[in-house]
Design a protein around this ligand. Sequence first.
Ligand code: 6LW
Length: 504
Amino acid sequence: MNYTNPIISGFYPDPSICRVEDDFYMVTSTFEYFPGVPIFHSKDLVNWKQIGHCLTTKEQLPLEKTGSSGGVFAPTIRYHNGRFYMITTNVSHKGNFFVWAEKPEGPWSDPVWLNEWPGIDPSLFFDDDGTVYITGTREGVQAPHGIYQATLDIVTGKLLSDRQLIWEGTGAAEPEGPHLYKIDGYYYLLISEGGTEYGHMVVAARSEYPFGPFESYEDNPILSHRSLKSPIQGTGHSDLIQFTDGSWWAVFLAYRPIGYFPKHHLGRETFLAPVQWTDDGWPIFGDNGKVTVEMEAPHLDTPQSTDWEELDDFNKDSLGMKWNYRRNPIKSNYSLTKNEGWLSLKGAAATLSEPESHTFVGRRQEHFDCAVSTLLSFNPDEGEEAGLTVYANEQYHYDVALMKEKGQKSVLFRKTVGSLCLIEKRLPYTDEELTLKVKADETTYTFSVTDSSGKTTELGIGECGFLSKEVAGGFTGVYFGLYATGNGKESTNEASFDWFKYSI
Ligand code: 6LW
């Protein structure tokens, strides 16, 4: 049966995967978003369900004043002796650490900080003799190029050997995202090179010994779409897995740029490819290192489903797992009980354009063509604002909001593109409640508002390209967020959202 890539759409980069009998678990990176490192479960590598997050407390995930695309970089998940381990880097607070859990849905432990291990993209390998290897990138940009490794005490996090440079890579930029595997008596080292850009690739090396010397595969890369005319670009940062039928597969990141001058605004997504082995035992992803949107999975007996929950009516006592905050949330600014059945937000002093714990809760845009809407009830005081934002980062976002300024209550449509910030439309309003709506297609967001008489007014459009990685920069993707701000002072009035609809 065929499946469609990406297997997880939207901003879900740097995937890592592990297997426990016939269950598969996968994690991705989350940067400044909270909670961090979502964990997914699957039985067939194609249909994935989120079952939790690995980092749900401030102790596990300190993100104060974390810049956009700071925070949590690439994670690795592994299972050993009844425990799951998730190791990653908080580049804004104390660096590398791991957490562990007996159950994948959690609770996950407090962090074991790895103070002796610098660099990013840490990975773990549990050898048959019980030795634990930690593998990762160089420290900063001064250290010699390449992949480093040591043995680790998995209880204390202490290094049990020196940190050694084990492979320089094939000479391309940014050797990173390493994983060590033991397959058919060889230690395989798969890494990414080229950086998470259009030149991204996966390359392989192997050795009879865990610390090498590593022999580079003569026909590297084993995956790359560099200078390839394909809707899929930037393929790299992978993790290998053997399915229950013995076949091999790889999850990896890639993105889907749009337009003649291509730009990708959904962020880096999670893809899946079959892995073949050459006669002399080297892994090849897809069709000779190339992958396609439609691919075949002989073992697949359940059609690929995107069980889509369209309406979120905020009638539960907690928000669904898809909802994320930017940085550590000020808990008192969010309530699902103050106004029963509504999500109430209280504006912090910080605006959406300030790298603070602004009052924002959002979810990823997971489809090019979709529409989101929400019913907002808000009676602001002077300077208070609340609404719906299409958000890349502090410098790149489009907002439709209700606000009171100079005693006048109005609906506004604001565009922030770099240092440009323009309120393109401002409409006076008197209604208590208004429905805010954004319709998205591959290139454009269309913003509108519907009043309680049902009259809809289009407010304007925003180009998707300005929220893309190519323009806005960063490692994340677009979020649809509900927000409130006091524009420099804490709000006194709550903004209440009755429901949020995400239609595809
Ligand atoms: C990730 C690293 C990378 O840790 O980007 O470009 C970092 N490659 O592998 C963030 O995704």
